[in-house]
Design a protein around this ligand. Structure first.
Ligand SMILES: [Zn+2]
Length: 141
């Protein structure tokens, strides 16, 4: 099991070339994330990057964990799920303004993959094994 800064990464995850924790979601997609400082309220701010075949689709630091969250393997799993759920929102799921700042690359990606990838973002059903846990933590492979 890979360990980054003293934190054991979830099963299947690896340390990426950017020294972030990387969750290989499916054959083409990699979600990387790692804490990127704290918000003024003390919440963990996440730097994340979702890539498809090594091409960056999304990269930002606009998602934070709830106040009082401590970095752990479990926190990585819940945060990865949160990030992926956010990135796979489709028109109709949320306000239209949410999509105003989307790039052409992001729009094309969303049309092609968001629905399929949103299965991996569910909290209660693992897309790998069907178990009642979040996909990023699956140790069944
Ligand atoms: Zn599983």
């Amino acid at each position: 099991m890979a360990v980054l800064d003293g934190i054991a990464l979830p099963p299947r995850w690896r340390i990426t070339s950017r020294l972030l924790a990387g969750w290989p979601i499916d054959e083409g997609h990699l979600l990387e994330l790692w804490p990127h400082g704290r918000t003024p309220e003390g919440r963990i701010r996440w730097l994340y990057r979702l890539s498809y075949r090594n091409r960056t689709i999304f990269s930002a630091t606009d998602i934070s964990s709830p106040a009082g969250t401590v970095l752990s393997t479990c926190t990585l799993i819940t945060s990865a799920t949160t990030v992926l759920r956010f990135l796979t929102l489709c028109p109709g799921d949320t306000d239209a303004e949410y999509f105003d700042s989307s790039t052409r690359t992001q729009i094309n990606w969303r049309d092609r993959f968001a629905e399929e990838l949103s299965l991996y973002a569910m909290e209660d059903v693992c897309a790998y094994c069907g178990g009642d846990h979040a996909s990023p933590g699956c140790g069944m492979w």
